[in-house]
Design a protein around this ligand. Structure first.
Ligand code: PEP
Ligand code: MN
Length: 348
């Protein structure tokens, strides 16, 4: 829908606008109001270049799009009935909890194996464990290929599917070859369109699920859902959105907790939403409240850092990981909130 600055377009302006939309296979239909005429674009109005050209015209106030820019991830797309299933859970039908170490310590695999059994016992259905880590400080531990074997061994021992972050094509290949069930796109890479495309292409035709974190710098819903669209575009729509806090941080927290984005995502996309409260608040003692808030907001699940002995952990684990007891209590309460929500709304 084209809104001119003046009450209506002059004949020359209308001709220019018509010429532009015709180039993209669309037509103009004027809608004459009492005070103002607006111009509907008939046809597929999703082409960015057409919109940019129209928005660049000095006599145009704005363009309101009726069609969503997301062909696949939009809540009205044909994929809206698509369901994602992992660890025996169908997203949207039962709470999904992903839990485990921030970082697997290759020198101490025993902690990861213990944690894997403990999170399973606590009710987690997917095991997380960082093999390669995006670290702010270049001298901090960056991860180790050896941890991939530990991750897969923990999966075999517990029967849990596993989630790990990949940051480049080489890690992507190693993870897929090893049989990783869920690939995490970290907050730092959620705006890395080359990586999103590589992951989309690599998971096409596979059952692999992608857990797409929200970037620290993603302001708009559009940016978050578009990142998912990049991946889905290659053919695999198994994408879960994961808000994990944004910048600037709320004083005292690691980031600005953003679980309140859940109802907005629900409205605009069919993709399930699993919130990561661990990175949002950044301190184990704040995690339970943030986790329960996310479920109250309607999240489909939680991704939590958990460790049998957080003080022996590496990466974020010493400050952020909850113990298995706390994890069990979070899951118990989260299920109660989930049941209340779903009893009242009849589900999603
Ligand atoms: C993580 O999950 O350990 C992690 C690094 O997350 P994020 O990308 O959200 O910071
Ligand atoms: Mn972490």
């Amino acid at each position: 829908m084209i809104l001119p600055k003046a009450a209506k377009l002059t004949p020359d302006q209308l001709q220019e606008v018509t010429a532009i939309v015709t180039e993209f296979g669309c037509r103009i239909h004027p809608i004459v109001g009492a005070l103002r005429t607006i111009y509907a674009i008939l046809g597929d109005e999703r082409d960015e270049l057409m919109i940019n050209r129209l928005e660049g015209l000095p006599y145009i106030e704005r363009i309101d799009r009726i069609q969503s820019p997301f062909k696949l991830m939009d809540s009205r797309s044909d994929l809206a009935t698509h369901r994602i299933r992992i660890g025996g859970v169908t997203l949207g039908e039962e709470l999904l909890v992903i839990a485990g170490h921030c970082t697997i310590d290759p020198k101490h695999p025993e902690y990861f194996y213990e944690t894997a059994h403990a999170v399973k016992e606590a009710g987690a259905r997917v095991l997380r464990g960082g093999v390669w880590k995006p670290r702010t400080n270049p001298y901090a531990f960056q991860g180790d290929d050896k941890s991939l074997d530990i991750l897969m061994e923990a999966s075999r021992r517990t029967g849990l599917p596993v989630d790990t972050e990949v940051m480049d094509e080489c890690q992507l290949k190693l993870a897929l070859d090893a049989g990783v069930h869920m690939l995490q796109v970290g907050a730092r890479n959620a705006l890395n369109y080359s990586l999103l495309r590589q992951i989309g292409a690599a998971v096409a035709g596979r059952a692999t699920i992608v857990l797409l974190k929200r970037s620290l710098h993603m302001g708009t819903l559009n940016e978050f859902i578009s990142a998912a669209e990049y991946i889905a575009n290659f053919g695999n729509p198994n994408i879960i959105l994961c808000p994990r806090g944004t910048a600037p941080a709320l004083d005292g927290y690691r980031n600005h907790p953003d679980e309140s984005i859940v109802p907005l995502l629900r409205e605009h996309t069919w993709a399930p939403v699993v919130v990561d409260p661990s990175h949002a608040v950044g301190k184990a003692s704040y995690v339970p409240a943030a986790a329960l808030a996310a479920i109250a907001y309607g999240a489909d699940g939680l991704c939590l850092e958990a460790h049998v002995q957080p003080s022996k952990g590496i990466g974020d684990d010493p400050k952020q990981a909850v113990t298995p007891d706390v994890l069990a209590a979070i899951i118990h309460r989260a299920r109660a909130i989930w049941d209340l929500n779903h009893a009242e709304t009849g589900g999603r």
